[in-house]
Design a protein around this ligand. Structure first.
Ligand SMILES: Cc1cc2nc3c(=O)[nH]c(=O)nc-3n(C[C@H](O)[C@H](O)[C@H](O)COP(=O)(O)OP(=O)(O)OC[C@H]3O[C@@H](n4cnc5c(N)ncnc54)[C@H](O)[C@@H]3O)c2cc1C
Length: 483
């Protein structure tokens, strides 16, 4: 069987690795993707393995959300064994940065533990989300410690931005995603049944309900028995070029900026982050491991988010300014004298309904794995296992039917819920970006204006009994998302 994986980010490589682990001698695995990885979300990620730290108020209320959370929770538990399998498979092709790593037991870049702080840099949506995290930690009996913010190592916010509450979640770690991709590639390139083609795919060719081959950007053709579309945010564009735009809902570009800095202050030992806030994942600082004998002084600060119908290759100044300011004021005031090492910009694969697309499409030999938004790195071991099972025709948990790629967009919110959430998140985003209202009814008036605009948009597109996910408002407003 020849299986062609399109895309060389963490999702594509994890699937290829999952297939490799099950391959027999006659199986062939081909990985297609440009080595520079333009617009790759993986390269911009902090690669945090957060499940509980990502929970939002009301975020576990539907069966779909609960299943997505269970996937993420399970992924955390799969990482240690997955990491060891990669180290083992990479052998002499293990990148130098990972050369002394023995997986999570041995330290390296895989340490566990995330501090979530509840500060007043945005608005009280943070408080609600922090409460939701605490409740879920208790409900799911997850190991955590409620601590005083002053006991967090490396945490030195400006006085005006100091947190009033904090929790340490013991099992939520992080990686250096660049090292991880090198390691995954090392493991795959070493295997005799795996071949890499270092360029992009242009389009699929299909006849009689089957994909026969793909044409690459160079015009070269690649045939296969099964194909996996895992090109991240570009996935729907590939289908569009192939005359298959109706096969899946549209995938948008969740443009995210992160910055890598080098701080002279004592080393950051664990992730320090806020809860999700205002249409994004909040502010965080994550250790950015460089290698066994390197000083542990690099930090990844993230992340901004805006949804677009196409790739933006460069970070916006407002995103970079927000991250720099946020890091100095809310994480460690000593960062004012840190070195700026790199600005990363990547596109999160963001589906129209905001949920992942995983599995077989309505074309039997075409599978898709995208729409992972801001959790795709974390989900990698799970996606690896589940997609390999699906490609081999094995049964998987029936919950994955929620995320079948050829589904109609899921509508998990009522109109009223969506409107209330949109206003809540837009206000939070405004406060996060420096909104300072007059001492008057101004915030209420602003909220009323926002509510009117969101209600009008729902009317315009005929959304009577369902709600637009807040981060997708502009995509509906400007006609990029079709109801
Ligand atoms: C700033 C930021 C921070 C993030 N932080 C986290 C985090 O802490 N934890 C977490 O779990 N997730 C995080 N994410 C999300 C995570 O990065 C994504 O969910 C995940 O990386 C998606 O992986 P992917 O392989 O689908 O996409 P990508 O990493 O974008 O990879 C897609 C690959 O396909 C290639 N490609 C594109 N077009 C084609 C084509 N036509 N043919 C062949 N190949 C093609 C690209 O070059 C790229 O290498 C973050 C994202 C961003 C942007």
């Amino acid at each position: 069987m020849k299986r062609v994986v399109l895309g060389n980010g963490v999702v594509g490589l994890s699937i290829a690795f999952g297939l490799l682990r099950r391959a027999n001698a006659s199986d062939e695995i081909v990985v297609v993707g440009p080595p520079q990885r333009p617009g790759s979300a993986t390269l911009a990620a902090a690669a945090m393995l957060n499940s509980f730290a990502e929970i939002e108020h009301g975020g576990l209320d539907t069966d779909v959300d609960l299943f997505r959370f269970e996937m993420s929770h399970r992924a955390t538990r799969l990482w240690p064994a997955f990491e060891l399998a990669l180290i083992d498979a990479a052998g002499d092709r293990l990148p130098h940065g990972c050369s002394s790593c023995q997986g999570c037991a041995g330290g390296g870049c895989f340490k566990s533990g995330t501090y979530v702080v509840n500060n007043n840099a945005a608005d009280d949506l943070d408080d609600l989300n922090f409460d939701a995290i605490l409740s879920a930690l208790v409900d799911f009996n997850e190991q955590h410690s409620v601590i005083s913010p002053k006991d967090i190592p490396h945490y030195k916010p400006h006085q005006r931005y100091r947190a009033s509450r904090a929790v340490f979640i013991h099992n939520e770690g992080w990686f250096n995603p660049r090292l991880m991709l090198e390691k995954m590639e090392g493991a795959l390139r070493r295997a005799p049944g795996v071949r890499f083609i270092d360029e992009g795919v242009d389009r699929f060719h299909h006849a009689d309900g089957v994909i026969s081959h793909v044409t690459l950007m160079s015009g070269k053709q690649v045939e296969g028995d099964q194909f996996v579309l895992a090109t991240g945010a570009t996935a729907w564009d590939v289908l569009d070029r192939s005359g298959l735009r109706d096969l899946m809902q549209r995938i948008f570009y969740g443009i995210g900026t992160s910055i890598e800095i080098r701080s002279q202050d004592n080393a950051l030992s664990h992730v320090i982050r806020t809860p999700n806030r205002g249409l994004a994942c909040g502010l965080y600082a994550a250790p950015y491991f460089q290698g066994p004998n390197e000083p542990n002084d690099h930090v990844l600060v993230g992340a901004s988010n805006f949804i677009a119908p196409q790739l933006h290759a460069h970070g916006r100044l407002t995103s970079i300014e927000g991250l720099l300011n946020g890091a100095i004021k809310q994480i460690n005031s000593k960062y004012y004298r840190a070195d700026l090492i790199r600005v990363n910009v990547g596109a999160r694969p963001n589906s129209q309904d905001t949920y992942p697309l995983l599995g077989q499409t309505s074309i039997g030999n075409l599978f898709a794995a995208t729409g992972t938004k801001r959790d795709g790195f974390h989900l990698a071991p799970l996606i690896s296992e589940v997609m390999a099972k699906m490609l081999h025709g094995d049964a998987v948990d029936e919950g994955y039917a929620f995320f079948a790629p050829s589904r109609k967009p899921l509508r998990t919110m009522t109109r009223d819920q969506a409107v209330a959430k949109a206003v809540r998140h837009q206000m939070s985003a405004a406060y996060q970006h420096g909104f300072s209202p007059a001492t008057s009814r101004m915030p209420e008036q602003l909220e009323a204006n926002m509510r009117d605009a969101v209600e009008r948009l729902h009317d315009q597109i005929g959304a009577k009994d369902w709600g637009i996910p807040p981060e997708m408002l502009d995509m509906y407003r400007y006609g990029h998302a079709i109801p």
